[in-house]
Write a protein that binds this ligand. Sequence first.
Ligand SMILES: *[C@@H]1O[C@H](CO)[C@@H](O)[C@H](O)[C@H]1NC(C)=O
Ligand SMILES: *[C@@H]1O[C@H](CO)[C@@H](O)[C@H](O)[C@H]1NC(C)=O
Ligand SMILES: *[C@@H]1O[C@H](CO)[C@@H](O)[C@H](O)[C@H]1NC(C)=O
Ligand SMILES: *[C@@H]1O[C@H](CO)[C@@H](O)[C@H](O)[C@H]1NC(C)=O
Length: 178
Amino acid sequence: METRATRTAIVALSVLLIFPGALASVYSVGGSSIGQLEVNWVVPNGTINYSNWASNFTIHVGDSLYFKYNPNYHNVVKVNSTMYALCDSSHYLQVWDTGDTTVFIQEPGMHYFICGAPTHCQKAQAFSILALPAVGPPPPPPGSNPGFISPPASAATDVHVLRGILTLSLAVLFATCL
Ligand SMILES: *[C@@H]1O[C@H](CO)[C@@H](O)[C@H](O)[C@H]1NC(C)=O
Ligand SMILES: *[C@@H]1O[C@H](CO)[C@@H](O)[C@H](O)[C@H]1NC(C)=O
Ligand SMILES: *[C@@H]1O[C@H](CO)[C@@H](O)[C@H](O)[C@H]1NC(C)=O
Ligand SMILES: *[C@@H]1O[C@H](CO)[C@@H](O)[C@H](O)[C@H]1NC(C)=O
């Protein structure tokens, strides 16, 4: 069972775990996560300025935003630039309201998020964030035009999958060594 290839794979995966930046950007906001920017989604009370906050991060296609909020009071509404400027959530692109929302960034460019609860956007529970094209893996699928931007299948997802595989691999390795 324990082939050279298995060992090589374990080493390669270990490198990815130790240097996750090889696969996706790492952001840490109120906790550490990989390829994911955590947003504590509340009405700003003077201590948070979402515009300033968002401008401190560079995200890429394949990264995700994780919104944590109380769904009794807030939701997450993705809008276009016009509706963002107007704080108008009625013409939305997408709405999430579970309290626990992961938004995968699938296209480069500016992304606009507001809270749809009355007055919350006006009270600056809103931000825009620039996403750059995907970096590094995932490689284009075989046969695809290499000039294309990577598909939405995300680096962040790959990292989670790889971490799962690595955890398993390490367990096997330990079991083998014992
Ligand atoms: C503002 O909100 C933050 C985060 O929710 C909280 O820690 C802080 O105590 C609040 N400050 C005021 C002045 O309400
Ligand atoms: C956030 O900061 C920017 C730049 O300093 C400022 O223009 C904006 O008015 C601030 N927003 C809020 C809600 O304080
Ligand atoms: C983000 O950058 C702004 C300047 O644009 C700075 O004022 C602020 O303290 C930084 N950090 C956060 C968490 O907003
Ligand atoms: C945003 O959406 C509204 C309503 O669908 C539309 O009228 C407007 O032109 C859009 N703005 C942009 C910049 O696409």
